[in-house]
Design a protein around this ligand. Structure first.
Ligand SMILES: [Mn+2]
Length: 458
């Protein structure tokens, strides 16, 4: 490295020490978040490495969450990359599996990232937009969090691709038996597993603890009793709260109660409740989004091989989760038209739109609107050879969905498909109300896989 202005390195060191020591502390200036700094530096270094010498990409471990890009995936991938880089001293970079512009679709993510000092995620986080043009993918060492199967885009033409770590709370697809750690187990949030595996002696930046805690609160309805939280989530929260930015405002007796053996009622801690309510409020406020953004905001994609089909085509299917009822955004043919547009855009043969919302007219036991779910399904032929027998695929799909005890669907009473047709809507479609409002995409995705791939229609 050349030395600026002819100063000897020792002189520079003295100068910088002098400047650091004499700088008056300014309590109003936000301290540079060590986490934000790590992320921005890693991104810059990774991109300059692969642009200058693509083979240098192999020196990095790429840590990825799933492509829904929810807070759990962001927090888990950022935290695990931090552990690997800063504690394990192996260069690691979190790759957020969504396009750069889509980082703005989830207001709760922006809020939690800001609390973690990440105020400009588009600049500080590596997204798929940053590496889209580099093919084959320039790195071959992957750590997977919040999903447990490496995406095709990363293994295609990448013979050295290997998965070295898996931490997840989805159904185990049983790959990468020798990855280390390999933790695939139920939990409300994958971030809880990441926190519980964190090397406790190493110390955690408070921004990182806040980010992980935020993800856990979003995923478990604020760790409320009777919700999705299990012991792993409560253990993680008890560990993270004293390390987080909340610690300054929480009473010391509450903090010490977190390490006692008496069960903690997290909803009774006002600071935790407030953070959870803030995140929840941001998450449910999608009023500014139209049908197109709602379909891509919380979206996952799968590839299935239809072995029962004479041409055994590989098809793409997508599942979009939307936190508003269909009628509120998809009435008057908008659902069908935007579904078709999204299916064309992604090359999908099957699209499921899964809504989750509270019914303002029916009240549940907790005084809130009753929780309901709907499903809209569409089928079209997106195969290159146009050999998909759309009627066969649709018949199989309706039979499998309608026969499932897990989701318990029935024909939707208040929402039908518009009859307009005219080439701008998918070939086949159906709309259901879901009898079991507890079945999320985590249940629907394996069901769809089974319906599409099994040799016997279920
Ligand atoms: Mn998750």
């Amino acid at each position: 490295m050349s030395t600026a202005q002819g100063l000897k390195p020792s002189a520079l060191r003295r100068l910088s020490t002098f400047l650091t020591q004499t700088k008056p502390p300014d309590p109003s200036a936000p301290a540079e978040s060590s986490l934000a700094n790590f992320l921005a530096t890693a991104k810059e270094k990774y991109l300059s490495d692969i642009r200058a010498t693509p083979s240098k990409g192999s020196e990095w471990t790429v840590v990825m969450g799933n492509e829904a890009g929810d807070l759990d995936s962001l927090a888990s991938s950022i935290a695990y990359a931090w552990v690997q880089s800063e504690i394990g001293k192996k260069p690691s970079i979190p790759l957020i599996q969504i396009a750069r512009d889509d980082l703005n679709l989830r207001a709760e993510n922006l809020h939690a990232l800001k609390l973690a000092g990440i105020t400009n995620p588009a600049k500080q986080l590596l997204s798929t937009t940053d590496v889209l043009d580099v093919k084959p993918f320039p790195s071959s060492t992957f750590a997977l969090v919040d999903h447990n199967r490496l995406g095709v885009a990363f293994s295609a033409d990448n013979p050295g691709a290997k998965v070295v770590a898996v931490i997840d709370h989805h159904e185990d697809e049983n790959f990468y038996a020798d990855s280390d750690p390999r933790k695939v187990a139920p939990a409300g949030s994958c971030s809880s597993h990441v926190a519980n595996l964190y090397p406790k002696e190493a110390g955690m930046p408070k921004e990182l603890a806040t980010l992980l805690l935020s993800a856990i609160l979003v995923d478990t309805g604020g760790l409320r009793e009777g919700g999705k939280a299990i012991q792993a989530d409560r253990d993680a929260a008890s560990y993270l709260i004293p390390l987080s930015t909340l610690v300054d405002s929480i009473s010391s007796s509450t903090i010490s109660s977190l390490s006692s053996t008496t069960p903690v009622v997290f909803t009774n801690i006002p600071e935790v409740k407030r953070l959870s309510d803030d995140l929840d409020h941001k998450k449910s406020d999608v009023s500014h989004l139209g049908a197109w953004d709602l379909l891509r905001r919380d979206y996952k994609e799968y590839t299935y091989t239809l072995n029962w089909h004479p041409a055994a085509p590989a098809i793409k299917a997508g599942l979009a989760t939307v936190p508003l009822k269909l009628k509120a955004w998809g009435a008057g043919g908008k659902l069908e038209a935007e579904a078709q547009r999204w299916m064309e855009h992604q090359g999908l043969s099957v699209l499921g739109v899964l809504t989750s919302f509270r019914d303002a007219k029916k009240f549940g036991a907790n005084g809130q609107g009753k929780h309901r779910r709907e499903m809209a399904w569409f089928v079209r032929d997106a195969t290159e050879a146009q050999t998909l027998q759309v009627d066969d695929v649709a018949a199989r799909l309706w039979k499998g969905l309608e026969g499932s005890d897990e989701i318990r669907v029935r024909a939707h009473k208040k929402m039908g498909l518009s009859k307009s047709g005219g080439g701008s809507t998918p070939d086949r479609g159906k709309i259901y109300e879901q009898g079991n409002a507890n079945a999320t995409r985590k249940a629907t995705a394996p069901l769809l896989k089974n319906i599409m791939e099994s040799s016997e229609p279920s």
